[in-house]
Each structure stands twice: as C-alpha cells, then as structure tokens.
Write a protein of this length. Structure first.
Length: 304
C-alpha cells in the first residue's frame, strides 16, 4: 500500500499532517503518540518578533466546533531557531514551518532566515494576515497581493512552498491561481471561517475581540467545497483542512481532490486521533483495491 505524497521535492510518507496552531511546535503530543507516525508536522505560525497574541478569552466551544482568536501568539523567529527547532531533530517526519508577516518583505525575510536549516523541509505561508501597508486587508483576500507574497518567498527558497488559503473570499479559485503563478508548489485549504458567539447572560461576545475563526466538524462541508473549487482552478497538489476527526473525513477530501490532509481542532478532542485515521485510510484503500493513494485523489463521480 503506497500512501506517499509527492509535492515538488517534498515526499510525505503518508497524507496525514498536523495542522498549524493545533500541534504546538511539534513535540507537545509526544505523550499521546509518536509524531513520527505523521507524514508531516506544520508548526505554529512564526513571525519575526515574538507575539503575545490577542486578549483573553480567545477560545470558545461551539456546537460541532470551536472559535479561536489566538492572534498568532509565538516566540518569534530567534527563539524558534534556538529553542524550538532543535527539539524536532530525530523525528522521522517532515517539518513544515508556517510563517506570517505584516508586510511582503517580512515573509521573505522569515523564509531567508530558515532556508538553510536542515530540519526545515518546507514552508506554509499563512496569508490570512493583514497587510499593514495596504490598509489592513489580508494578503490572502486579493489575488495580486497573494501573488506578490508568494513570488517574494519563491525568490528566497528552493524548498517546497505551500500557501494556506482563507475561505472568507468570493472566488477561492482566483486566489489559488494567483498563488501558483507566484510559485506555490501546493495549496492548503481552508483556514478558519469567520464566526462569532455571544453570552446571552452578559450580552458580551464569547471571544474578547468579538469576531473569531471557526474550526472543527462544522466547517467540513465548506472545506470540501473549497477544495473542489480549487481543484478545478489549479493542478498543483492540494492539502485539505477543516473538520477532519475521522478517517472517513480524510477519504472525502481525497475524493474531491486533496492529495493530503491536515488534522487540527480534532486533536484537542482526541489527541491520538492520527493513529486511527491512518489505519482507517489504509484499510479503506485495501478494501477498495486501491494500491496507491494517488489513484483515489480526485476520483469524485459526478452524475451527467
């Protein structure tokens, strides 16, 4: 059974990755399962300077999901290089570093700082961040800005570049095409869906900043649709994200066109979920006579 996934010069031994923001810096789940089981780990998003994140409360449970407004809290690039990245030495899995910047130039600088590190196998660009030089609009909400960020990063690295797209746009296919034109090797989708919850006793929002990002099973139908749309727009590998908690969820993403998937919020509920998800994927393929996972990717049957 061949579960491997090829994304440019990055080979994943299997299609299951830990999503950014839900797996810490890559070592926090060692007490639940061996991280080497995964095809890859996407780190917390790293910025040039340390960030404390948004005020509390910044996490709230919702039916079939959760809201979060963490605000990209992280230790910054300097401490990441000296304290966090060395802890990943020896893990038999790919390390994909998620990066975010306030400007196009910051994305390029981050990647340049990480490019020569042997433990960094690829980059995931979190472009759901506001561009401070363009009035605060998120990089990933406008094709030209998406293109510029990706092109800037592409000029600074030979490693695999994955671009993570937001679902909070009108035409996600246009953003995917802009990312590929800029040099993206793969598209990861989706990031969280804009949402809100209110405490009716206090009449205050459940999240301090009001608006937050919704994740979990509630967004899976949206994520599947966005992957399907992106598949029609670009031919690079897609990585599906959103509501994956069981192996059946992963299979759905493969069928609509994702070559790999990331598990995020599901880890908070079932920290060792990757073990059963991988086993389920393997068993499904064997039962269906599928010898290569790639043969399942994009196999959706549409009635005429």
């Amino acid at each position: 059974m061949d579960l491997s996934v090829q994304i440019k010069n990055l080979t994943l031994k299997n299609p299951l990755l830990a999503a950014s923001g839900c797996f810490g810096y890559g070592t926090e789940y060692k007490g639940y399962f061996d991280p080497s089981l995964l095809g890859g780990i996407v780190t917390k998003t790293i910025t040039l300077l340390p960030r404390e994140g948004n005020p509390m409360p910044r996490i709230a449970e919702t039916p079939c999901g959760m809201l979060n407004s963490i605000g990209l809290a992280n230790v910054g690039i300097d401490r990441f290089l000296t304290e966090k990245l060395p802890l990943l030495e020896g893990l038999d899995t790919k390390v994909i570093v998620s990066v975010a910047g306030n400007t196009v130039q910051e994305y390029g600088e981050l990647v340049a700082r990480l490019e020569s590190h042997p433990r960094v196998d690829a980059f995931e660009l979190n472009i759901s961040c506001p561009n401070v030089k363009e009035g605060g609009i998120a990089f990933g909400q406008e094709p030209q800005m998406t293109f510029e960020v990706v092109r800037t990063v592409r000029e600074r690295t030979k490693k695999t570049v994955i671009v993570k797209l937001s679902p909070n746009v009108t035409h996600i296919g246009d953003l995917a095409m802009a990312a590929v034109e800029g040099g993206a090797d793969a598209i990861a989708l989706i990031n969280t869906v804009t949402g809100m919850a209110v405490d009716i006793e206090t009449r205050k929002p459940c999240i301090a900043r009001g608006i937050a990002g919704l994740s979990g099973p509630a967004i899976k139908p949206i994520a599947l649709a966005k992957v399907y749309e992106a598949r029609k727009a670009v031919q690079v590998p897609l990585i599906g994200i959103g509501g994956i908690v069981r192996w059946q969820d992963a299979i759905e993403f493969f069928i609509v066109g994702a070559s790999a998937v990331q598990i995020g919020s599901g880890l908070f509920v079932e920290p060792d979920a990757p073990v059963s998800i991988l086993e389920g994927i393997r068993t499904y393929c064997e039962t269906k006579g599928i010898s290569r996972l790639n043969d399942l990717v994009g196999s959706l049957i549409m009635e005429e």
